[in-house]
Design a protein around this ligand. Structure first.
Ligand code: NAD
Ligand code: UDP
Length: 322
């Protein structure tokens, strides 16, 4: 395990072999810290962290966060959880366990070590929102028994646990509500809209708009998101969140499909497919709180972020890896 010293911090990143987690590991190592990456490789991959494995300050550990973990670190980023609807609905009981038991185990670890802990929460805590854009004081509109509930309610319960540990044990917590994030290392077959559209375009297939394609999302490039996570972790102990992290640029799925067709140069047509249950109609973060408390604003517009993302997926296709 990476050693602790006064100059270099050692961070535990759960879910560190996943899409966002692997970029976070890159940034922490690049900043001179040591990283203990914990992952059960449910949806992540050793390929995402292969370039870090020889770094003496990086260590990868296969572990499921639903079981207790005894390690020594200076701070915890808790990202472990499948994030795409296709993945998290495959074993919904395990998804809830990962959010809830995982939070209990990681909070227990943070409490024993008396170190700050950041939770990767989600815009899904707002459900199908009745206010727009979403501010952190909105309590949400979630169906507790629907097919998305394992994820949405699991994440909501994790937030509850974080704030109860904070109130009861004075633990330093940081809760980030992450909105749709995209970029290289997304799983090509996880069913999320950005990866789906790009893979369909690169394969010359039709692009599937679920429902009428007029529902909206806001897409944050992964580098911007990771910057927000690091600023939140580094913020004063009084900054607990929850704080929205996302790009306020709002697009319909039809507009996104058009941008993907342009970025790939594909000749794909748009076709319609059934809308999944409880699919939120619109979503856009109000990021005033992050702007004021973290001095954070995303800098990468969708058209720019799509370029490296398309390049990544094109590389997978050319190497026959998807
Ligand atoms: P991802 O699926 O690529 O990464 C999740 C990682 O967690 C994977 O490496 C997976 O193997 C690991 N994992 C899952 N269950 C685990 C368990 N029980 N024990 C240990 N490891 C486990 O997803 P991502 O997009 O990188 O998301 C990372 C975090 O950010 C998640 O907590 C997700 O809920 C949150 N988030 C992501 C988005 C987004 O748009 N990507 C939006 C909101 C919130
Ligand atoms: N979506 C779509 N076509 C696809 C995949 C997704 O139209 O091939 C839509 C989906 O119905 C949703 C939006 O894109 O309205 C975002 O879906 P995703 O699964 O990426 O994220 P989430 O719904 O969790 O925001």
């Amino acid at each position: 395990m990476p050693t602790r010293n006064h100059f270099r911090k050692t961070y535990l990143v759960t879910g560190g072999a996943g899409f966002i987690g692997s970029h976070l590991c890159d940034r922490l190592i690049g900043a001179g810290h040591a990283v203990l990456c914990v992952d059960n490789y449910l949806t992540g991959s050793r390929d995402n962290i292969a370039h870090l494995l020889d770094d003496p300050h990086f260590e990868a550990m296969r572990h499921d966060v639903t079981f207790p973990l005894f390690v020594e670190v200076d701070g915890i980023f808790n990202l472990a959880c499948p994030a795409s609807p296709v993945h998290y609905q495959r074993d919904p009981v395990q998804t809830t366990k990962t959010s809830v038991h995982g939070a209990i185990n990681m909070l227990g670890l943070a409490k024993r070590l008396n170190v700050p802990i950041l939770q990767a929460s989600t815009s899904e805590v707002y459900g199908d929102p009745e206010i727009h854009p979403q501010t952190e004081d909105y309590w949400g509109h979630v169906n507790p028994i629907g097919t998305r509930a394992c994820y949405d309610e699991g994440k909501r319960c994790a937030e509850t646990l974080f704030f109860d540990y904070h109130r009861e044990h004075n633990l330093e917590i940081k809760v980030a509500r992450i909105f749709n994030t995209y970029g290289p290392r997304m799983h090509p077959n996880d069913g999320r809209v950005v990866s789906n559209f790009i893979m369909q375009a690169l394969r010359g297939e039709d692009i599937t708009l679920y429902g009428d394609g007029e529902q909206t999302r806001s897409f944050c490039y992964v580098d911007d998101l990771v910057e927000g996570l690091i600023r939140l972790m580094d913020a004063d102990a009084s900054v607990t969140g929850p704080v929205n992290l996302g790009n306020p640029g709002e697009f319909t799925m039809r507009e996104l499909a058009g941008a993907v067709i342009k970025a790939t140069g594909a000749t794909s047509q748009m076709i319609h497919a059934p809308l999944p249950a409880d699919d939120p109609r619109q979503r856009r973060p109000d990021i005033s709180l992050a702007q004021h408390t973290l001095d954070w604003t995303p800098t990468v517009p969708l058209v720019d972020g799509l370029q490296p993302t398309v390049g990544y997926f094109r590389g997978l296709v050319e190497r026959g890896l998807s």
